[in-house]
Design a protein around this ligand. Sequence first.
Ligand code: TRP
Length: 331
Amino acid sequence: MAQRVFSGMRPTGKLHLGHLAGALTNWVRLQEDYECFYSIVDWHALMSDYADSSTIRSNCSEVLLDWLAAGLDPEKCIIFVQSHVPQHAELHLALSMVTPLGWLQRNPTYKEQIINIQNRDLSTYAFLGYPVLMAADILLYKAEIVPVGEDQSAHLEISREMARRFNSFFGDILPEPQIMLTPTPKVPGTDGRKMSKSYGNSINIADHPDEMWQKIRTMITDPARERRTDPGEPEKCPVWDIHKVFNDDEEEKREIAHGCRTAGIGCVDCKKKLMNHVNRVMAPIRERRAFYEGRPDLLQSILREGAVRAGAAARKTMDEVIAAIGFVPRG
Ligand code: TRP
């Protein structure tokens, strides 16, 4: 039996090239060798967006389209919306009973977000419990492997502690998940900072090729190359970081790097070469996105089927959890 993988993404809207290179490419690979559960975690989105939940629904659709476009295949993995499987909420409640407040109050991600996110009030009961819901997501499927980026490692550590703590009270029910740290290649946005929706610098998977070119054409480069005749340093150029992700032609990359250092190639030519590679990688992705965009019924049935399959696994665990706790059986 293949090992189980669980991962999730908050439905924040259209996904960008950072998501593609940092997570989705790896998720697509994993579906070949593991039993993968990939969840659009809408309850997690509500934790930060409760004051205006109006975008969550359409954001879920965009995320689903981008996942399918990237190559997640509903024949090979289980794709579902978190709220469609009510056992996430149920296990969250059960875990919350044994979660010491201190674990949550010490969570570095929590401390950082409470300070950094100024435009919403995150001093809620549920937001403090973000890692409890995340642990419930993972433990509900007894997932052995959780592919996430470094930013989620503190959360994953709490999930592991939560499994141990639950087991210490109720018996060996929930296996401790292992983190699979996804190497996240550096994908800067158009302004050179990390690509992020909140910075408004992202190149989205769904962007039309013309729009992508507009963004890449105007992307900042090594500031030393003010004029065409100024030499530059690839390692200081965000466009070069994107070459490293999308350009698989080692010889061409050597030429570009040399051309940059000697002012033998201009930034626009370098960007044109990059755009060719982006288009090559994006071609099948765009094709799949267009295919699914025109088929809302198919999308709906993918989620329905995903919820059925995830729900079966979730019920099995939840039955064991209820039995271990010792509540009156539901028989
Ligand atoms: N917290 C994750 C993020 O913000 C999303 C997430 C929710 C998740 N539940 C999960 C990731 C379970 C892995 C496993 O990216």
